[in-house]
Design a protein around this ligand. Sequence first.
Ligand code: URA
Length: 434
Amino acid sequence: MDMYEIIKKKRDGNELTSEDIKYFVKNYTKGNIPDYQASALLMAIFFNKMNKAETLNLTNAMLKSGEEIDLSSINGIKVDKHSTGGVGDKTTLVLAPMVAACNLPVAKMSGRGLGHTGGTLDKLESIENFSIDLSKGEFIKNVNDIKLAVAGQTSNIAPADKKLYALRDVTATVDNISLIASSIMSKKLASGSDAIVLDVKVGSGAFMKTLEDAFELAKEMVDIGNGMNRDTMAIISDMDEPLGYAVGNALEVKEAVQTLKGHGPEDLVELCLSLGSRLLLLGKKVKNLEEGRKLLMSKIEDGSAFNKFKQFIKNQGGNVEQIENLDLLPKSNNVMHFKAKKTGYISQMNAEEIGRCALLLGAGRKTIESEIDMSAGIVLNKKKFEKIKKGEIIASLHGNDKDKLKDTLNRLEKIIKISSEKIGEKKIIYGTVD
Ligand code: URA
């Protein structure tokens, strides 16, 4: 087999065989294929696309390039949720304890934030001493003991994807549905769960900007999951504005705890119920989605979801006092308010831009090495299409650097727009792929 022939085949619009794909992935990972040939193949794939069989073969080859986590010593059906990334997305912090409180094991490997999107691990680490560094044995023991553990992804999961994603990033070949789907699913499938529910975000703060692309990506990922014998479903959810009101690590932990105690924002609660009822269905804990929603709500109402969260934080070394008394979480020295200059309705609230403002305040990473200010971020007081009066607070900015706070305040003026008429209705879930 020869790389030149493989590139030519795809350039001419022909289908790559499973052998072609295995040869490419194996040898590129080993360093036997130069970046210029791998880039040429990626660009040929970008223009000529891949069919379902090629996408499945690529996913499988990348999945097999590294470690596959064996969760078979955890009793019961193991479920996982994956989000394609967003701003203010603290879903895992709420959903995982809710589902675990229903006695369904959640063995979750999460990532860190980069760019305008936050990461679950960073949010959890705003709680003093919380550790995401669990050995495989500890991870499995925690799930068997309390039905819930969250750990960092080990470095040897799908190394082929790591190398190829980095190459795609610098060769303008990221935005291809098959390449994105196989990249995400190779890592997810290597993490060992039996069933997966995907949260595909759409809108200004998401990878997918149009509904058409979001549905296509969701379908492609669900087909890959089912094609690899894992029960997989997807939801397409809104990321045109941040999820909930809080953006920033400790601020999001606070909102997650309030949600677990029954005082959560409508969009976050609805998303957790939609995702959670699917997890319970795939985990065979309920017979239909309605039953799942009721069971999840009962775990909020009777306090068991909140207790599960506390148990989980304690189990991974975190300071539970900060969860019982939210005032003990990291707090910024300064808070500035962004106020409405006129009366009307919020017409625009670009999620990516708000994510970038939170980053500017210190809530995120500009590069992998950046340090995060756990206390920094933005708390919205109003969301899209809501009525606002002149002088009312639209958002509060939390930070430790006054100059940065002032810069961010100026930036928000250009991002959040007010119109005299209400120009739309908020939608949380755009559709599902079941
Ligand atoms: N996230 C991934 O992990 N891979 C992609 O290709 C795009 C987003």
